[in-house]
Ligand binder design. Structure first.
Ligand SMILES: [Zn+2]
Length: 211
């Protein structure tokens, strides 16, 4: 068996020596009482967009679900296993989170693959199939006249957040909790280069700088 990555062992040592002493009581409390995070974050797998780092969250504070391009599928109760839906069900029905945040980001590889239709990301591949759910039947995603590739990409990265928020509401338990006012849905977008966060203003449908 190949050795465990040294980078991770070193990182764990730093965690144990520097961070754990200040958080030990919190970990112990969480282990005895269980977790009760108030926020679920649905983010991308991208290694540059870690919700715990961006929101400076400690243990037990965020219930995080990450996948390619921070996508939420539509509610589809069938015989298949659905990972995102299972995480959602747990967050809403068991943990009773008060907020769900869909966190999109700049330079998203999943969105890029989708826009470029690059090989081998055909509809037959996992990423191709996964990204296909972003599109509604009959919907066409195209670069607008005079729209640069960068602007087009950002527009679609943000559209992925809108689509996920829309799809979240197809889950009866999400819709019920949201309509009762027990839970709120939010959108956000992270600019990797600047480390900047933009929060979706639900009224204007625009992302506004959080700083
Ligand atoms: Zn991404």
């Amino acid at each position: 068996m190949s050795p465990f990555p040294q980078q991770l062992l070193d990182g764990y040592r730093t965690f144990r020596n520097e961070r754990l002493p200040t958080e030990q009581s919190r970990y112990r409390e969480l282990s005895e009482r269980g977790q009760s995070p108030e926020v679920m974050v649905i983010g991308c797998c991208d290694s540059r967009v870690s919700p715990e780092v961006i929101f400076d969250a400690g243990p037990g504070e965020l219930f995080v679900m990450r996948n390619i391009a921070n996508l939420v599928p539509v509610y589809q109760p069938d015989e298949k296993a659905h990972g995102v839906s299972a995480a959602l069900e747990y967050a809403v029905n068991v943990l009773r989170v008060k907020h769900i945040v869909v966190l999109g980001h700049a330079q998203c590889g999943g969105i890029r693959a989708f826009l470029d239709k690059i090989e081998p990301l055909s509809p037959g591949d996992f990423i191709g199939k996964w990204m296909a759910m972003f599109i509604k039947p009959g919907e066409v995603v195209e670069q607008r006249d005079h729209e640069s590739m960068v602007d087009f990409t950002v527009r679609i990265e943000k559209a992925a957040v809108f689509r996920s928020l829309e799809n979240l509401m197809t889950f009866p338990f999400v819709r019920n909790a949201a309509e009762r006012g027990d839970m709120r849905l939010h959108g956000a977008y992270f600019g990797v280069a600047e480390g900047s966060l933009f929060v979706l203003d639900q009224a204007t449908k625009e992302f506004k700088s959080a700083s």
